[in-house]
Design a protein around this ligand. Structure first.
Ligand code: ADP
Length: 212
């Protein structure tokens, strides 16, 4: 649990969420992709974000490396730093989903406890949270090696690389599991959209594409 350093602070209530969602014709949620490097998280998340936005849905992708250029630029890859990284991103996702946006998060997020903490952050405010386990076998991820990181890890140039010399704790209760050796990017996106829509989020803001 992160230490709460600030004192003398008071939560200030604003517009009610139901009214916000109704006025904006938007229902927020967080869809969280977890899996090994090279499993296909960013590829699927990016395609999902594009489809949603082009279809008139407020969606915004938060992606591992991108976040480390800004919000988490002062964090590395130790267990503590990974935990803090996921905590920060979880809070951002919670704000986005409260605001009516579909937050599309794509992070290795190897520790179950960290992912569960993000889930709890959402649930305590009644926000929707979907965990998608991109369950691609490590052999396949290593074969793809889109960023050349497995080769570097094998050569000893990267320490603490998830799947090689750092652990990955697979989800046990993910809302969806996708093995990308069996499921295409498009099929994965279609499944994710169906999951979002069945829960009331991820629908076009104005009932159909474009503005009425
Ligand atoms: P991650 O974000 O998990 O590190 P990336 O999305 O960056 O992974 O890379 C996954 C690689 O696997 C990409 O080169 C992508 O084209 C490839 N790939 C092949 N088949 C699939 C699939 N069905 N779903 C997602 N990615 C796939």
């Amino acid at each position: 649990m992160t230490e709460h350093k600030s004192t003398n602070i008071t939560w200030h209530e604003g517009i009610d969420r139901a009214e916000r969602y109704q006025s904006l014709h938007a229902t927020g949620a967080t869809i969280w992709f977890t899996g090994l490097s090279g499993s296909g998280k960013s590829t699927i998340a990016s395609a999902l974000e594009s489809e949603l936005v082009r279809g008139g849905v407020f969606a915004y992708r938060l992606d591992g490396d991108n976040i480390r250029y800004g919000l988490s630029k002062n964090l590395g890859f130790s267990k503590e730093d990974r935990t803090e990284n996921i905590r920060r991103i979880g809070e951002v996702c919670r704000l986005f989903s409260d605001a009516g946006v579909i937050a599309v998060a794509s992070f290795i997020s190897p520790y179950k406890e960290d992912r569960d903490a993000v889930r709890a952050l959402h649930k305590e405010l009644g926000l929707q949270f979907f965990e998608v386990f991109v369950d691609t076998p490590v052999e396949e991820c290593e074969k793809r090696d889109p960023k050349g990181l497995y080769a570097k890890a094998r050569a000893g140039e990267i320490q603490g690389f998830t799947g090689i010399n750092a652990p990955y704790e697979a989800p046990e209760n993910a809302e969806m599991v996708i093995d990308t050796t069996k499921v295409s990017v498009q099929e994965a996106v279609t499944r994710c959209r169906a999951m979002l829509e069945s829960s009331g989020s991820g629908r076009p803001r104005w009932g159909r594409r474009g503005y009425d």
